[in-house]
Ligand binder design. Structure first.
Ligand code: COA
Length: 152
């Protein structure tokens, strides 16, 4: 598995994986287009296997002292083998190289795997946004947690 910069040719694969990784409220292809158009402030990485198949992706917003993790996702069939950690560590490397002293992100309070990943990488809960994630179908709203990690 190899990590490399995301480019325009990855858009279709990213959008397809996004739909499988975020069945509720996936980002549209147009959103990813705008994210890539926002480079170099935005920085996206993809994980590609030996036959060139997309296995995961992650994106960062670099804004001076502070960087934000915009998104991170791993193909459901390839989870649990360290790829999410590799992608997140690559974002940390890019954030540090871009001059950031800390990284922030938002996560749904009910997203156990993502919370586990972030906790294992030194993120601490900064604040909670109660009921931030609302759905149209009447299911209860879910809190957003704002997390922060200081970079070494
Ligand atoms: C979150 C996600 C990227 C993790 O990817 P992954 O490749 O499975 O993660 P890794 O195998 O690198 O796991 C790294 C660490 O995360 C934590 N973790 C991963 N899966 C977990 C789970 N199901 N439950 C609890 N902790 C988990 C563990 O601490 C793990 O370290 P360990 O293997 O040493 O125990 C993946 O589950 C995903 O794509 N989810 C859907 C998209 C998403 O929710 N993105 C985050 C939005 S904020």
């Amino acid at each position: 598995m190899r990590l490399r910069d995301a480019g325009w040719r990855d858009l279709a694969g990213i959008a397809e994986l996004e739909a499988r990784c975020f069945p509720v409220d996936p980002w549209s292809p147009a959103t990813f287009w705008a994210e890539l158009a926002g480079r170099p402030r935005r920085s996206y990485v993809v994980a590609v296997d030996d036959v060139g198949e997309l296995a995961g992706y992650a994106g960062l917003d670099l804004s001076g002292d502070l960087a934000d993790v915009m998104t991170i996702a791993v193909d459901p069939a390839r989870r649990g083998s360290g790829l999410g950690a590799r992608l997140l560590e690559e974002l940390h490397t890019r954030a540090g190289a871009g001059g950031a002293a800390a990284v922030m992100l938002e996560v749904r309070a009910d997203n156990g795997p993502a919370r586990g990943l972030y906790a294992a990488h030194g993120y601490r809960v900064l604040r909670t946004r109660p009921g931030y994630y609302r759905s149209a179908d009447g299911t209860p709203a879910v809190d957003a947690l704002v997390l922060r990690k200081e970079l070494p």
